[in-house]
Design a protein around this ligand. Sequence first.
Ligand SMILES: [Cu+2]
Length: 457
Amino acid sequence: MLFTRRHILKTAAAATILPVAARAGYPPLKAHLSRQRVAPEGFPDTTVWSYGDTVPGTIIKVDQGARVQRKLVNDLPQPTSVHWHGIRIDNAMDGVPGLTQDAVAPGSSFDYDFVAPDAGTYWYHAHNQSMEQVARGLYGPLIVAEATAPDVDQDLVLMLDDWRLNPETAQITDDFDNGHDLSHAGRLGNILTVNGSFDPAFAVRRNERLRLRLVNASNARIFDLDLDGLAGWIVALDGMPLETPLRLSGSFPLAPAQRADLILDVITEDETASLVSVERDGSYGLARFEVGGTAAGARRQGVSALPPNPLPEIGNIQEAQTHQMRLQGGAMRWLESARLGETELSGRELAQLGKFWALNGYAERPEDPFLDAAVGSLHRIEFVNESAFAHAMHLHGHHFRLILDDGSLGPWRDTVLVGRGQARQIALIADNPGNWLLHCHMLGHAVSGMMSWFRVS
Ligand SMILES: [Cu+2]
């Protein structure tokens, strides 16, 4: 049951861009408790955990190839860390406690300093107790600007989220260990937001051209997105430009952690255009685009691809080393057994420990990596989903290319949605040295078993 659009909100949320200051000591990225209106008008404010004073956190925008430098200051009641999702980053800055750094204790800080090699739409989020910390609001946009930006009238970041709020108090429910969520589709909420607000409005003009940078920051919800009164193209997925922009017709999926960059024209004859979420029981408005005036007499013609990023050449996929990762467990396909460390436990024993899922028979990140790759080597990984639920498999430190059903190479991604009963193949050049996490980005699945890693050396 979702909160429905019943109120007209008058605030137009405009993305603010802060300059990256060059000074001694990194600019702070303070994680702390704050309050903001998440639910519709008439509901109380919600206590959130935020980077800066808002959810989403402070936008970080840099030029391609520039450094990002931030001092994470932890004013939370829990240890935390920041993962810079989709950045092909220096391993030491990847933000994974127990693999690339220690979690940052309350009252402590950590200096993040890395280069952003690829232009595009990325995001940052907590990577310790992320099931809870991301649900409480610890995420923000990380935008890397192209040397030459596409010709648009407005460039808007829209971070989508799915909150589970108490319908009386509008506070975040703290049932993060809910076994039903963990063993099913993950923590699904009851209110959908864009940029931390319910049904926000953006001011546009007729025939204006927009770039929308969509980020799915939700815990587990796979959005099926549609547009009303806006027409155009997907020009990038997970930050990486498509060689040929894909003309939008009908709805398109956006799994947790995935991004889509759209270039759209305001073509409606009405006063409002919409971004909507198509759900089983109908369509829900996510954001409104209120048309005031006219930008041009006619819609612009065509679109160009964004400039390519410096990604590796995949080469001959026939020569790749092949690997299979089986996605196992969950409700209706309960684990018979799986390993925790050296110990093989029964599905019942695992469930008592809050573990419902496994990757290749391991119900937590194993001691040995799933893949031990030489720098520059080519790999073909097949994700075989043996479970009854979809999973959004994310590799850290790398992008990979989907291998399409006809064997050809599809778009570059960092997170691939593998539907129930589906198998999806990817091609990976392991060119970034370090220890990298590989996990499901349904955060409830990750914490209850779907966590692995690979090593590049
Ligand atoms: Cu999953």
